[in-house]
Design a binder for this molecule. Structure first.
Ligand SMILES: Nc1ncnc2c1ncn2[C@@H]1O[C@H](COP(=O)(O)OP(=O)(O)OP(=O)(O)O)[C@@H](O)[C@H]1O
Length: 229
């Protein structure tokens, strides 16, 4: 059995009086794709945000590569998010003033890479994700599927150890959604990136190696990933 690269143990978190997580656990190994599924409001995004160091649970443990993420201060968590993790959300959230290639280069620029080098690293992603010729477009000039592939390139350009994807196909029609999923899973496998994917669509979850279902803030394993205990 491989060791977990990222894991959550018995997470609990309430927003005021609203309990969002009541004992959520999961684990994923290096290079695995894990889907978090479940009904609306069950706690999927909250669980993802705890794993990614965006939220801190009230109790329980989050470990990445053996280190306790939940015990890090905000500054260290933000360095971890910037240097080690990648993110894709439902609505690509591209910066509208920037060109597509500048959007892809953005995480590298924020990490201190010089502009020319960052753009040089961003460009190969356009051919790789079927976006040739769209490098200089702004987000308003892209289709939803194209914009989401640009957002995917931006999430992967730093070669993150873990890519967190929250409903990455949620705003797309089924064909564009399948394209995004195939490209995401292939690119992640090629560079050994673990993917933690929130989705309510069974067709999207089927791309994953393992599935964890969340109901009322509690998890159960639907399909064990290779590292599940
Ligand atoms: N910032 C917040 N403040 C207060 N309550 C919140 C906040 N974020 C989430 N909640 C509540 O926590 C619970 C879990 O929400 P969460 O967004 O994690 O669910 P979800 O499964 O991702 O839902 P969906 O599929 O609809 O996106 C819900 O009851 C929600 O209303």
């Amino acid at each position: 059995m491989t060791t977990a690269l990222i894991e959550a143990r018995d997470l609990k978190l309430a927003f005021g009086e609203t309990p969002a997580l009541r004992g959520a656990s999961l684990s994923a190994g290096a290079g695995e794709v894990l889907a978090i599924t479940g009904p609306s409001g069950s706690g999927k995004s909250t669980l993802l945000h705890c794993l990614a160091g965006i939220l801190t649970p009230d109790s329980g443990e989050v470990r990445f590569d053996g280190r306790r993420v939940d015990l890090l201060n905000e500054e260290r968590r933000s360095v971890l998010r910037r240097d080690t993790f990648g993110f894709v959300f439902q609505f690509g959230q591209l910066v509208p003033e920037l060109t597509a290639e500048e959007n892809v280069a953005l995480p590298l620029l924020l990490g201190g890479t010089r502009r020319t080098a960052a753009l040089a690293e961003a460009r190969p992603w356009f051919a790789r994700l079927g976006l040739d010729g769209l490098e200089r477009r702004r987000s308003g000039e892209l289709s939803g599927g194209q914009a989401q592939r640009v957002a995917l390139a931006r999430g992967l350009v730093t070669r993150p150890r873990v890519l967190f994807a929250d409903e990455p196909t949620g705003a797309l029609d089924s064909l564009a959604g399948e394209q995004v999923m195939e490209l995401m899973v292939d690119a992640a496998r090629e560079q050994g990136t673990t993917v933690i994917l929130v989705t309510h669509e069974p067709r999207v979850a089927a791309y994953a190696d393992g599935q964890t279902i969340v109901r009322d803030g509690r998890t159960s394993t639907l399909v064990p990933a290779r590292t599940a205990p």
